[in-house]
Design a protein around this ligand. Structure first.
Ligand SMILES: [Zn+2]
Length: 440
């Protein structure tokens, strides 16, 4: 039924109970195995390192002393309350005792993998990608799945993705006098040829090349600052270690030049405050640009989505205005969770994808179509397992199953998933299907 598209993947557990009469918790392992085999058939790649434990479900407990509830992985041997360290009791009702580790669970023991749909990409990157996320508990993976389905229905995600990614490092200098700073600027500018030779030599080991050098001045009441920011471009490496080594070497040359010209420098350092390292900022030059959008004919929008195009556009405007009021520079929503979920699933570096979590949502009308899109300006990731970061076997397996080889495909696929999650979420909110009180 999964193969024939007759059943959404998140309904397998319920089907096994209702139609085949399985008793909880029997359905969880079988449902996960069914989804794994279905994905393996589609991709030609077996799950090996992403394993299923013997008891792939969670169990609900209560602490009568603290009136708290616990949901523990069935393999967890610590069955005591975190607060009082007293023994936990299984939940009263056996029907509520068991639950899936995560929605659409397909494997993983320390972190749990959800299948979150497959999406077709067109434009700068072509093909179909399977999505595995370590999203955590909640309906998120199902939302991404539904978003993928809707986007595929309208021709797939149209993606734009940069050929190269950037990495930057900054040399920061402090001077006691403004004249010294201006002299230093001239000296560094004059030595730029040899500085770039040094950069090129070190970056070459990682297939990188120097891109831009920029000078910025700043002052405080006591000192005069000079930032010299070096940016380099990379194809498949993240470039973090490469640019660090290269600009470290350049700094030594800069220091030597300033000494040679007897320029007084109070401090010379790698100025991490200005190089964008793990700091999301609109002026950040790290990572690779990626964007994805879906086009839906206005004529079929209302009928297919049970929501008018005007209403969806109004909601996006309302939400964007809210983000602005909060003082955030870009619109972020569900994307912040999807992006982290993809980095966790693939285990690529950086492990803290803060820079890559910048996101902007846009929507409007072009001709007779509604266009809904997301932009990720700074996707920072390398897909190679190398000196700049080992990728553990389950991460490499997840990349293979997803269909991702290059860092460019990683960025394109990430943008498409964020599009799927955000588009589904915007629609659900615009249609008032979310955030309703439960009818108990
Ligand atoms: Zn307790």
């Amino acid at each position: 039924m999964l193969e024939a598209g007759e059943m959404p993947p998140w309904k397998v557990e319920g089907y096994l109970i209702e139609v085949h009469g399985l008793a909880p918790p029997e359905q969880f392992g079988l449902a996960a195995e069914a989804r794994r085999q279905w994905i393996a058939k589609r991709t030609g790649i077996e799950f090996r390192h992403i394993a299923i434990p013997e008891t792939p479900y969670k169990v609900r407990y209560v602490c009568e002393h603290d009136r708290t509830t616990f949901e523990l992985d069935a393999a967890d041997t610590d069955k005591r309350c975190t607060l009082c360290r007293g023994a936990l009791k299984p939940a009263d009702s056996s029907a509520e005792r068991y639950a899936p580790l995560v929605n659409n669970y397909v494997g993983g023991t320390e972190d749990y993998y959800s299948f979150a749909g497959s999406i077709r990409l067109t434009g700068d990157c072509d093909g179909e990608f399977q999505i595995l996320l370590q999203y955590g508990t909640g309906l998120g993976p199902i939302g991404v799945c539904r978003g993928c389905h809707m986007i595929n229905r309208f021709g797939g995600a149209r993606v734009k993705v940069g050929q190269r990614a950037s990495a930057s490092r900054c040399v920061g200098l402090i001077f006691g006098k403004e004249e010294e700073r201006e002299r230093a600027l001239k000296v560094i500018g004059g030595a730029m040829g040899s500085l770039e030779d040094r950069l090129r030599k070190i970056l070459g080991k990682w297939d990188g090349q120097p891109a831009t050098v920029e000078f910025f001045r700043a002052d405080d009441p006591h000192s005069f600052f000079l930032f010299v920011e070096f940016t380099a471009d990379f194809v498949n490496y993240r470039g973090h270690g490469a640019i660090s080594q290269a600009v470290g070497a350049v700094k030594e040359l800069v220091d030597a030049e300033l000494r040679k010209h007897s320029i007084e420098v109070e401090v010379s350092a790698i100025a991490q405050g200005y190089d964008g390292d793990l700091k999301p900022s609109p002026r950040n030059k790290r990572g690779r640009y990626a964007a994805a959008e879906v086009h839906v004919p206005l004529a079929s929008f209302g009928k297919y989505f049970e929501c008018s195009a005007e209403r969806l556009l109004s909601f996006v405007r309302l939400d964007a205005s809210g983000v602005e009021k909060m003082g955030w520079f870009h619109h972020t929503g569900m994307g912040g969770e999807i992006i982290a979920g993809m980095y966790k699933a693939t285990k690529v570096n950086p492990h803290s994808p803060l820079v890559s979590s910048l996101e902007r949502i846009y929507a409007g009308v072009e001709g007779d179509e509604l266009v809904y899109g997301v932009e990720l300006p700074n996707v920072e990731a390398g897909t190679l397992s190398c000196s700049e970061g080992l990728i553990p076997p389950p991460g490499r397996e997840a990349l293979r199953i997803m269909g991702i080889d290059t860092a460019r495909e990683f960025a394109a696929c990430l943008a498409a998933q964020v599009l799927a999650g955000e588009f589904n979420l915007s629609l659900e909110i615009a249609r008032e299907r979310l955030y309703r009180p439960r009818q108990d």
